[in-house]
Design a protein. Structure first.
Length: 306
């Protein structure tokens, strides 16, 4: 198990303090708020050229204009395969090697079943949207001296169904539970890193997954009922976060920035990190056969866009 000198209280600026990213290109999804915004700010401060995406070009431009650095804003609506394909085409048109592809954006615990492209929305957006982006940028990552793919998973991957991915209920037709389906999508992010690690053998590129911690960002905007009232209220949300050991946004962005840049992680692939240290994922999160099946399923599903 890989251990670092950092911990859950470390912030993104601390874990990248001695890192020079001049000449590096970093792609980040979800730069308009939360962890993506902080990761953009910190990695740009270290000298990286950030290609930052948000659901609309207006949101991406606004976020890019708020910080100092070399930022290229692009639109990428992860729930739309057409939008993701267009974003990937625009990035490929820049003809640049990608040193880091940070798959940060996501949605969480949708209270009611929503469908997109025939799939439950969290699986569609968190997994399939990012899978499509990664697959279409893979050659650019391989072109970098040491390209890194960082998948934002979650401890919630342990809340996925007992068999991991319910391939026979990805549209929620048989049943739908908000946190179970969120966990399934985060397990899919983790398994993508596992599958990529196998796919990338023989290259200089790596893929890893991270759990950022419990952070109060607008990721909780979709919660309803008592959960929504608690987490989206400034006072009760702060109290709940304190009780659950939550992190600040700078602390939450630390692990993904560490995995994206730490020199000691060159060549490290297929691992799962939390609090800037390697952690053991669930049994399903280590299942190579399940990861391979998900890879094949995703490629078949997205074949018209790959």
């Amino acid at each position: 198990m890989i251990k670092s000198s950092f911990n859950k209280k470390s912030a993104a600026e601390q874990v990248t303090a001695d890192i020079d990213l001049s000449g590096k290109t970093v792609v980040i999804t979800g730069i308009n708020s939360g962890l993506g915004n902080e990761s953009m700010r910190v990695l740009a401060k270290r000298g990286a050229h950030i290609i930052g995406t948000a659901r609309t070009i207006e949101k991406a431009i606004h976020a890019a204009n708020e910080i100092k650095g070399h930022i290229t804003p692009l639109a990428c609506e992860l729930s739309s395969f057409e939008s993701v394909k267009e974003c990937a085409d625009n990035i490929n048109a820049l003809n640049l090697p990608i040193d880091v592809l940070l798959c940060n954006a996501g949605i969480m615990a949708l209270p009611k079943l929503e469908l997109a492209n025939g799939f439950e929305q969290q699986f569609n957006t968190n997994h399939l949207g990012h899978f499509l982006l990664v697959h279409n940028l893979l050659d650019r990552v391989k072109q970098a001296k040491q390209g890194r793919i960082v998948m934002l998973s979650s401890l919630a991957h342990k809340m996925a169904p007992s068999k991991g991915i319910n391939f026979d209920n990805l549209d929620g037709n048989k049943y739908y539970k908000d946190w179970t389906f969120y966990g399934q999508s985060k397990l899919a992010n983790l398994l993508t890193a596992v599958a990529l690690s196998k796919q990338l053998k023989g290259s200089n590129a790596t893929a890893n997954a991270v759990h950022p911690g419990i952070i109060r960002t607008n990721l909780s905007r979709s919660m309803s009922g008592i959960q929504g009232l608690v987490f989206n209220n400034p006072v009760s949300g702060w109290l709940a976060g304190m009780m659950m050991g939550s992190k600040t946004v700078p602390q939450g962005a630390a692990t993904q920035c560490y995995v994206a840049t730490a020199p000691e992680l060159a060549g490290v692939s297929g691992r799962y990190f939390s609090d800037c240290n390697e952690e053991r994922p669930s049994r399903n999160g280590q299942d190579q056969e399940l990861a391979d099946r998900l890879w094949e399923f995703s490629c078949e599903t997205l074949k018209d866009y790959l």
